[in-house]
Design a protein around this ligand. Sequence first.
Ligand SMILES: [Zn+2]
Length: 411
Amino acid sequence: VKIDEGKIVELGQNIVSSRNDETIDCRGKVMIPGIVNTHTHLAMTLLRGYADDLELKEWLEEKIWPLEKRLTADMVYSGALLGCLEMIRTGTTCFVDMYFFMERVADAVKESGLRGLLSHGIIDPPNKADKERDRKRTLALSQYIKRLGEPRVRFILGPHSPYTCDQDTLLWCKEIAEKEDTIVGIHVAETRGEQARSEENKKARVVDYLDRIGFLSDRVLAAHAVWLTKSEVKLLGKRGARVAHCPVSNMKLASGGVAPVPEMWEASVPVGLGTDGPASNNSLDMFETMKMCALIHKAYRWDPTIVPAQRVLDMATIDGAKCIGMEKTIGSLEPGKMADIVLVDLQDPNMIPVHNGATIVSDLVYSANGNNVDTTIVNGNVLMANRHFRTLDPPDVIQRVNKSVTDLIGQ
Ligand SMILES: [Zn+2]
C-alpha cells in the first residue's frame, strides 16, 4: 500500500517507493481498514469499573450522574486522552462521541491523531434559561471545532435520548444538523422500561414517536435500538436512519433483549458497532465487541450462521463508515480513500495458525483481541508502530488520569 498526502494512492505488488518514504514491514501481519466505533462516551474511562453490576436506571441515577456533576473540563481531557490511547492501541481509528466539556475532547483527539465525531450531550434541564444555555454549549462546540481547523475532528449533534430531551430540543438538533450538514447521535430504545414509559407518557413507541414529531431522517444515528418492534425497524429503514449496535453494553446493563440486527439488515438499515462508554463495557476494544456481536446473535437465535464473521468485520469498518456518512472516504482499503489502516500481528500465540491464509476473517473476529494490534495509521500518519505510540506519551497520560480520578472520586 502506498500512502501519499494522507490517502491510499496505490495497492498491490511491486510498489515503488522513493527514498524519503517511511517503509513499514508488514510481513507476518494482516492489514485491515481502521475500525469505526459508532457510539461511545470517551471520557468515561475515568469511571471504568466504578459502578458495575447495576441496573441502567440505578447505575445512571445513583452512581454515574452524581459523579458527572463534579466533572471538570480538565478531568474530561484526561479521560479522553486515556480513551484515545486505548483506541490507538486496539485499532480504532474513528469514533463517535457524546459527552460534556467536548472542547477538551476535541483537543485530545487533535493531539492523538485520531478521527472523532463529537457532540455535546444534551439532557434537557427543567427550566427555560438553562435550556437556552445548554443549546449555546452545542453551538459553542461547533464554533470551537471550526476554529480548530482540523478535518479529523467533526461536530455532530447529541440529544441524549427521547426521554431526556423534549420535542423542541430534538427538532432543534435536527435543524442544526441540517444547517451544519452533519449527523445527530441519540440513544434510542435501550431498555424495555424506556418503551413502557414512552407508551405511557407519549402514547407511542419510541421510534413511532420520533417519526411522529418529524425527527427521523438519514442524519440520525440511533445508539442501542434494542427494544424495537418489526414495524419500528422498518420505519428506521424507510427514513434512512442508522444504528450503532452496542452488544457488550446491552449485555452488561442487562437491557434484556437483543437488538434485532438481522431484521435491520432486511430493512436496509446500516448497522455499525459501538462499545458505548467505558463505564458500561468496560473497554474500548472493538475486537471484543466484534466477537460479542457475533456470539450474542448466534446464541439468541440458535443459529451459528445468522451473523457471520465477514459481516461483523464489515459492521466494524465499512458499515460503521456508512453510519456516519463517511463510506466514500474511510471504512475500506481502496485507492482514493483516506489512509486509516491497522496492522494485526499474526505472530502472537492466539493468532496461530492461519489455515492457508483462508481463515483470516474468522481469526480476526473470533481469535483476535485489541492487543494483537501492532500498528495504527490515521490519515496516513502513524500513531503507533510495533506497539510504540508516536503521538501520545502513555506515562504522561496515566499520570494525568490518576490525578483526575483522585480529584473526582478520592483515593
Ligand atoms: Zn451511550
